[in-house]
Design a protein around this ligand. Structure first.
Ligand SMILES: Nc1ncnc2c1ncn2[C@@H]1O[C@H](COP(=O)(O)OP(=O)(O)OP(=O)(O)O)[C@@H](O)[C@H]1O
Ligand SMILES: [Mg+2]
Length: 328
């Protein structure tokens, strides 16, 4: 195994089943994350970003209404094969998780300080006093003022942005080697957002943790990520180092995302991507983006384009980019 490799996800599938239909929320996803790397996972609402995080954390399993398949090697061991008990030890300890909805991670009947202190107490067997001082330090780090008083308060006494920061403090308190952050700054104003992003970069610099950062904000990606994977309808359609993706996007969907992003100093008209993503339960054959793609041609209707190598570390799932490569 490559020593730098922290997470190696192979052919991950996560479906939701009901009597009427199966929603293929994550469909054959493969990507890697190195130690000390920040990988951005971007894509429109409903494309399967949160489901990817839940599958990796095994918050989705193989049950009557859920289906999980594939491999996800974390520090060389397959998370998908771990028992629930083993996963309980990994979650919150080696893998820190910032959920998209902060309230789902906070317990209303315990103080915020106690909930953060529980992480080092449970996972690092820290004594109560030590755990409490770690909790205070973490609250301070995420920019909560008057943190000693705030630590003794409950979730309902926190504003939305403060709750989000408390959840971030909780995720970082375990000193994780992998941080999975699902839209961690969406509810925050720009100054706090900058502090939080800074904190994640610092964590990476200090501990060489890998970060999987889910966001729909390409500005955030440009600022902090090393590499980016673009998701569309449950699949990765393009991945590349950040500079390469922003300067040489290949997939029409990525180009569309970039064209709809405002740029400081530019008065260029923003061009939205027309149409809607396909239903994840009645997907047609061929390329999933074909109906919205201005460049679609016959082959796109029948043959699903696999991820092709465009350049070193750059892959795109589009027949056009593969044709261009073949013509060289
Ligand atoms: N528990 C569930 N049961 C059934 N379908 C679900 C469930 N959770 C998610 N889905 C469906 O899976 C698809 C992907 O959802 P997911 O939450 O992963 O999207 P997302 O990319 O995180 O979107 P957003 O940017 O809005 O957070 C959606 O079609 C959603 O309706
Ligand atoms: Mg989500």
């Amino acid at each position: 195994m490559n020593d730098d490799l922290l997470l190696d996800v192979r052919h991950l599938k996560a479906y939701f089943r009901s009597k009427q239909r199966t929603v293929k929320a994550v469909d054959d996803l493969s990507f890697t994350l190195k130690k000390g790397e920040i990988l951005g996972l971007v894509g429109e609402s409903g494309c399967g970003k949160s489901t990817t995080t839940k599958a990796l954390l095994r918050l989705i399993g193989n049950q009557r209404k859920e289906y999980l398949e594939g491999e996800a090697f974390f520090e060389g061991e397959d998370l998908i094969k771990k028992s629930d008990k083993q996963m309980q030890k990994i979650r919150g300890n080696k893998i820190g998780f910032i959920a998209q909805n902060p309230m789902s991670s906070l317990n209303p009947v315990f103080t915020i300080g106690n909930q953060i202190a529980e992480v080092p107490q449970m996972h690092q067997r820290a004594a109560k006093n030590k755990a409490w001082s770690i909790a205070l330090k973490m609250l301070q780090k995420v920019g909560i003022s008057d943190h000693e008083t705030r630590a003794k308060q409950y979730a309902h006494q926190f504003s939305g942005g403060m709750k989000q920061r408390a959840v971030i403090a909780m995720a970082l308190a375990g000193n994780p080697s992998l941080l999975i952050a699902d839209e961690p700054t969406t509810a925050l104003d720009v100054t706090i957002q900058a502090q939080i992003l800074d904190l994640m970069v610092k964590l990476r610099d200090e501990t060489q943790a890998g970060v999987l950062l889910i966001t729909h904000d390409l500005g955030v990606v440009a600022e902090v990520c090393d590499r980016v994977a673009v998701m569309y309808a449950g699949k990765i359609v393009e991945q590349a180092p950040v500079d390469e993706l922003f300067h040489h996007p290949q997939h029409p969907y990525t180009k569309g995302l970039l064209a709809s992003m405002p740029k400081i100093g530019s008065r260029k008209k923003l061009i939205p991507i027309s149409g809607h993503p396909p239903n994840l339960y009645e997907m047609q054959g061929g390329c999933l983006f074909q109906e919205r793609c201005p460049f679609a041609f016959d082959r796109c209707k029948n043959v699903e384009p696999p991820l092709h190598k465009i350049a070193e570390n750059h892959q795109s799932a589009c027949h056009l980019s593969s044709e261009r490569m073949n013509s060289f």
